[in-house]
Design a protein around this ligand. Structure first.
Ligand code: ACO
Length: 328
């Protein structure tokens, strides 16, 4: 198995900003409640007609420029998303066509919710490691505004839209790039965070749409507890497996769901909060887009230097969780 390096990253967030105060006009909530419970101040909302694939393409173009790679060189394209433009075909196929990625590329979607980017990174690294793929484009992109119940204050304040991308290639030398990942799944808890209708077991009906059962439903307290435990475990396990001490991590890029979850992981790992990249205040939870959006912002802000070790750690619907170590 050859190892994999991240050649470049890119991200995109729609222009429209929806603040907590804006939300307080439509549901019974307040800026104070949202900020103190979640750390979120505002989130981005896609423009009418702007799709997940459009946002994915913006982020991908920036990652390709950063990597110095032409779309014609891409032979593997994975879009991690729970909000594809259409149930069929895969969002990755639409992104392929918009970007001009060749027909010989393998293009597919990956549904692991908020853990989607970490799952895609591990998948792409394994496929590159097999020696059969040389240039992978992995994207996390979500238009969660399309599946949020805007009348449910317990969920609508949490989510936002956006995209992030990375270009991967075989590593020219050892000691740099993707070191490993630790993925996990708690399928028995699937009903804590799900969309009740619109799938093959329960197609949407006029009544179910009127009841907004095609939107996200979440048991927030239970998800919170499991998220902290699973992210702590995923972080701890990967560090132990690779004989890395927490203080050797230059920057943690956690899934941006809730500042309190990130603070709990900081305490558990005994790593100060200045070693955690946080942008949940500006974007809310963008599911599969959250980690690549944060990773790209951290790189562009100079928070990641050559030689730095970074830890990505995620948790999402499924329930899925995962961690990954990357040396820059
Ligand atoms: N504004 C005002 N009050 C509210 C709001 C709101 N937006 N939402 C809920 N409340 C009320 C509740 O109704 C409840 O009132 P009650 O006591 O009268 O019944 C009270 O606030 C407390 O509600 P809780 O749910 O207990 O609040 P909690 O402190 O647990 O915070 C939250 C809720 C923020 C959702 C938290 O549980 C959380 O972050 N959970 C994890 C979510 C997450 O991380 N998801 C990750 C995966 S997402 C994915 O994969 C797509």
């Amino acid at each position: 198995m050859s190892s994999t390096v991240i050649l470049g990253t890119g991200s995109y967030a729609p222009e429209r900003i929806l603040t907590n105060d804006d939300l307080a006009h439509t549901v019974e909530t307040s800026d104070e409640w949202i900020r103190t419970r979640t750390g979120i101040r505002e989130r981005r909302i896609a423009a009418p007609g702007e799709s997940t694939s459009d946002m994915a393409v913006h982020a991908a173009r920036r990652a390709l420029v950063d990597a110095g790679v032409n779309p014609a060189e891409i032979d593997l394209l994975i879009v991690a998303t729970i909000t594809p433009d259409l149930p069929m075909p895969a969002c990755a196929c639409l992104v392929q066509a918009k970007l001009g990625v060749p027909s010989t590329a393998a293009c597919f979607d990956l549904n692991a919710a908020c853990s989607g980017f970490v799952f895609a990174l591990d998948t792409a690294a394994a496929m590159i490691g097999s020696g059969r793929y040389r240039r992978a484009l992995i994207i996390g992109a979500e238009k969660l505004s399309a599946i949020v119940d805007w009348q449910d204050r317990t969920t609508c304040v949490l989510f936002g839209d956006g995209a992030g991308a990375a270009v991967l290639a075989p590593s020219p030398g050892a000691g740099r790039g993707f070191i490993g990942a630790q993925l996990g799944t708690l399928g028995e808890s699937a009903d804590l965070l799900f969309i009740p209708r619109g799938g093959s077991s329960a197609p949407s009906t006029a009544e179910s749409i009127a009841a907004r059962d095609h939107c996200i439903r979440m048991k927030g307290k239970e998800v919170f507890k499991l998220a902290v435990r699973a992210m702590d475990d995923a972080a701890r396990e990967i560090l132990e497996h690779h004989h890395v001490r927490p203080d050797q991590i230059a920057l943690v890029i956690p899934h941006q769901a809730n500042l309190r979850i990130i603070e709990a992981i900081s305490e558990y790992l005994e790593l100060p909060m200045d070693r955690f990249f946080v942008n949940v205040d500006r974007y809310g939870n963008t599911s599969a887009a959250s980690i690549p959006l944060a990773l790209d912002e951290a790189r562009r802000a100079g928070r990641i230097r050559p030689g730095d070790l970074t830890l990505l750690v995620s948790f999402g619907a499924g329930l899925t969780y995962g961690s990954a170590l990357v040396r820059w």
